[in-house]
Design a protein around this ligand. Structure first.
Ligand SMILES: [Zn+2]
Length: 375
């Protein structure tokens, strides 16, 4: 399995200048190449190389390998579409290979820049360090919001899939980031609280519109994203560990389902479109693959409106965002846990587990009323 490790570079201001100049020069070279390719209608990497390698290398004072990477970038772009001339953003990412980028000890990297080779430290956590041992192929240098990152491709060996004896259904949501079919919920309370605080701050700072205000905004937004990512790492780790420990596959909904079936209040809509759900999903899938836990995807169509006891499918079963209550048999429960139970049932059909017991997680009427009042 291919994973991309994202490392933040920690250059000095001198090195930062050199990196920026490198990115800009390489992209200028790519634009020059793209124009030439378009003019001559030469698009393949080999022919483009023959046509432009020496000129590009000399004109832009690039190292041989960087010239080759630029030619490859342009050829790749034309591979996708030859109907228009390709134009590259001045700060688009550029690719490095082992000849112009080398990982050193102590979280440092040595890479070619227009200002000569530079040794630059990077920020790295243990999880990433372990993955870097299986580095393979190219590394992209990315410039975003004034910061440089390396996107490193790592190829991790996947263990054989374990033989699942059951399925853990997982429902991804808003109020609870994830609920599973055992009835365990993983709360989004902390994350959502931080988001709300950030949204208020954003509104205030945006109305100010000054430069320091914008800088603070960017800093806050980075902090918020890092926090949400940590939460996603924790939740996905816990879910996958649980599935592995209990020899179960994990069932998730097809991606499209996440947005379409959520009817949410305006205040939540902001979070709904967040990348966070997609990230959590991706984390669950890759951690599962790394531990040999099978993942099955189920049709999300009726998971939130099907009664796990009598099987009635009805929109009205969903009393509110938080509460499921069957209009026919009266079964009631926490909506996301009921959905997770339904996901489990669908998932079991896919991994051929024969017997399906009723989904757990029902609360009973009394508790439900208490929940409705307090919530
Ligand atoms: Zn029912």
């Amino acid at each position: 399995m291919k994973l991309v490790v994202n490392l933040k570079l920690l250059p000095t201001s001198e090195q930062s200048k050199a990196l920026l100049e490198t990115v800009e020069r390489a992209n200028t070279a790519c634009n020059h190449l793209a124009a030439l390719a378009w003019e001559q209608q030469v698009f393949g990497q080999y022919r483009l190389h023959k046509l432009a390698y020496y000129t590009i290398k000399a004109t832009f004072n690039l190292t041989a390998q960087m010239a080759v990477r630029c030619i490859a970038k342009v050829a790749d772009a034309y591979k996708l579409d030859r109907k228009v001339q390709r134009i590259f953003r001045p700060h688009g990412s550029i690719a490095y290979d082992d000849r112009i980028l080398r990982f050193l000890k102590d979280d440092r990297v040595s890479l070619w820049t227009t200002g000569g080779r530079q040794v630059i430290p990077y920020a790295c956590v243990e999880r990433q360090r372990a993955l870097l041992a299986c580095r393979k192929g190219e590394t992209d240098l990315v410039y975003r919001n004034g910061t440089f990152y390396l996107n490193v491709v790592c190829e991790v060996e996947e263990p054989p899939l374990l033989e699942a004896t059951d399925v853990l259904g997982v429902d991804l949501g808003i109020v609870n980031i994830a609920a599973d079919s055992d009835g365990e919920t993983h709360s989004g309370g902390q994350v959502n609280g931080l988001r709300k605080r950030h949204a208020r701050l954003r509104a205030r700072l945006q109305s100010k519109g000054t430069k320091p205000a914008r800088r603070l905004l960017r800093k806050r937004s980075g902090k918020e994203n890092r926090f949400a990512r940590d939460v996603n790492h924790c939740i996905s780790k816990r879910l996958v560990a649980k599935a592995q420990r209990t020899k179960r596959a994990i069932a998730l909904e097809f991606l499209q389902g996440i947005r379409s079936r959520m009817r949410v209040r305006r205040a939540q809509r902001r979070q709904q479109h967040s990348w966070s759900f997609f990230q959590l999903r991706a984390f669950i899938e890759y951690k599962a693959a790394l531990t040999g836990v099978p993942v099955v995807l189920v049709d999300p169509h009726n998971t939130s409106r099907t009664c796990p006891v009598c099987g009635l499918v009805d929109k009205a079963n969903r009393l509110s965002q938080a509460i499921f209550s069957c209009t026919s048999c009266g079964f009631a429960g926490q909506a996301d846990v009921v959905a997770a139970g339904n996901i489990r049932v669908l998932g079991r059909a896919l991994v051929n587990v024969p017997y399906v017991s009723p989904a757990p997680g029902g609360l009973g009427r009394d508790k439900l009323v208490a929940l409705a009042i307090s919530g």
